[in-house]
Design a protein around this ligand. Structure first.
Ligand code: NDP
Length: 336
């Protein structure tokens, strides 16, 4: 094959927030599939906040990337050559391709895409982020009609799905998002009942005051996506018996966990809260049920979604760095 494979590798470990020099674009021959393997031409790959953790050496719930290794990502693409049963040239598939133009994966590591919906939905609304929302809301949020749910990063793929599922179950949904445009999207596209711009509030006390106004009956579910100032603002507003599914703490992914944590911790006691950390990778058994239920709803327009697609594999590092700071509007995707 004359084509070249391009991939983005981890060049070095970031200190704090990643910078472009932490990544390296490499070129090489397109790999050949061995018996049982499939060669995929990647058309799009996902960018997700969890990838920041994989760049560190520190032990976490998943293995670190090695220096020189291709950055991890789920991708979608088309089969170029197959030596695995069940896959043929031209099939649309998804798997952990990495930030790369081509990937060789075992047949068992790939899934064929559903033609009722665009391929890129497998990375967001009908992929890991959407599934995270669907699974953890029912398991750890335990929503009940009439309750109030608050969520930050509300227009991202996790937040938008949590908001829509909660709203459909009769909850009052309150979005926290960065900037006017995202607040408007939260209200108009994702049906939140209220939206607050966290950037307009310099500290937690000011944000809490604004939240209290739009949560007159307190907060029953705080879906934790960000940590930091938002966490500090919401916790004292929790109702007794409230639930806090702890999904992510992106405000701290570059370091700097707040020293206000002890105050937040006390709210867990005084409000008798159920705080559940979870990692969606432990729940894959339920993924087929999620797809069965949600694919027709996405195909029929009942569930709205938004994708932020950047053209060019080489744009991955800057797009990822921007996403971690809120530069994305919707699910962040690279068109390879
Ligand atoms: P998004 O696409 O929503 O991107 C991240 C968003 O976080 C940014 O757009 C920004 O939104 C917001 N943000 C960044 N920094 C801050 C800050 N300091 N304060 C407040 N908001 C901030 O991400 P996802 O929907 O993919 O993921 C949401 C969260 O869920 C992440 O923390 C992620 O790590 C976590 N996650 C956890 C999983 C698990 O298994 N536990 C699985 C999947 C995701 P804005 O501009 O609106 O502030």
């Amino acid at each position: 094959m004359t084509d070249q494979m391009r991939r983005i590798a981890l060049a070095r470990r970031p200190e704090g927030q990643p910078v472009p020099d932490d990544f390296l674009l490499e070129r090489g021959p397109v790999p050949e599939p061995a018996a049982g393997e499939v060669l995929v031409q990647v058309t799009h790959h996902s960018l997700d906040p969890y990838m920041r953790g994989r760049m560190d050496d520190a032990g976490s719930y998943a293995a670190s990337l090695s220096i020189g290794e291709t950055m991890i990502a789920q991708g979608v693409g088309v089969v170029l050559a197959s030596r695995a049963e069940g896959f043929a040239e031209g099939d649309s598939v998804t798997g952990m391709t990495g930030w790369a133009s081509h990937a060789v994966l075992r047949g068992g590591e790939l899934r064929k895409l559903d033609s009722r919906v665009p391929a890129t939905t497998a990375l967001g609304v009908l992929g890991m982020p959407g599934f995270t929302a669907w699974q953890a809301l029912r398991e750890y949020g335990r929503p009940k009609a009439g309750e109030t749910l608050v969520i930050a990063a509300a227009t991202g793929p996790v937040g938008a799905m949590v908001g829509q599922l909660a709203k459909a179950q009769g909850l009052r949904t309150v979005a926290i998002a960065g900037g006017d445009e995202k607040c408007k999207l939260a209200l108009d596209k994702f049906g939140f009942d209220a939206a607050i711009d966290h950037r307009a509030h310099g500290d937690a006390a000011s944000l809490r005051k604004a939240l209290a106004e739009v949560c007159p009956d307190g907060v029953d579910i705080y879906w934790e996506n960000v940590g930091g100032k938002v966490l500090e603002a919401v916790m004292p507003l929790m109702n007794i018996g409230g639930r806090v599914p702890v999904c992510g703490t992106i405000a701290w992914y570059g370091g700097g966990a707040s020293d206000k944590l002890p105050q937040v911790w006390r709210s867990i006691l005084t409000k008798r809260l159920s705080v559940n950390g979870f990692i969606i990778f432990d729940h894959w058994d339920a993924f087929p049920d999620f797809l069965d239920e949600m694919t027709p709803k996405v195909a029929g327009g009942e569930i709205a979604y938004l994708e932020d697609i950047t053209d060019g594999l080489d744009k991955g590092p800057e797009t990822f760095i921007a996403m971690l700071k809120g530069g994305n509007t919707g699910k962040t995707i690279i068109k390879v």
